[in-house]
Ligand binder design. Structure first.
Ligand SMILES: [Cu+2]
Length: 154
């Protein structure tokens, strides 16, 4: 009896030691450098840019929401221009591989913010929740700049 208990303890201890040896890959995708360029025209959408870095397992960004934005869509600009309505296609999701990243930047992938709360002006911040196919949700915040503003230096 005593022997069996000791063995069970040994196995549990080995399990702990093994998990401690694994490389420290993050559990969830990380959201970095989020910023939004507001529209010069009230009521027009803002464009949101950010960087996602991978977790230990592959994941996929499927949605973003905010208490201060009515609707957020994932888009990709075609032809590398600015975010004009003629040159964008909607994206159902964006993969984020382990050890990799997904870049959302001007002229490429971005999110479009429709119905931004009028309290959001240049220099304020937009609270965001990034939702992933795994079911995880990551909170973030985007710095805001005006229509002609430069990307923040972070
Ligand atoms: Cu767009």
């Amino acid at each position: 009896m005593r022997n069996i208990r000791l063995r069970a303890f040994g196995v549990a201890f080995l399990g702990l030691a093994l998990s401690a040896c694994q490389p420290s890959a993050p559990d969830a995708v990380a959201v970095k450098y989020a910023w939004a360029r507001l529209s010069p025209v009230a009521g027009r959408p803002a464009a949101l840019y950010f960087t996602l870095t991978g977790a230990a397992k592959p994941d996929r960004l499927v949605a973003i929401d905010s208490a201060l934005v009515q609707r957020i869509e994932l888009h990709e600009s075609m032809g590398g221009g600015t975010e004009g309505m003629m040159s964008m296609k909607p994206l159902a999701g964006v993969d984020v591989p382990p050890g990799g990243s997904a870049l959302f930047q001007p002229g490429g992938k971005h999110a479009m913010l429709f119905g931004v709360d009028p309290a959001i002006t240049p220099g304020t911040a937009i609270p965001l929740r990034f939702r992933f196919a795994s079911g995880k949700a990551v909170e973030g915040e985007a710095k805001t700049v005006g229509a002609g503003g430069e990307a923040p230096g972070f």
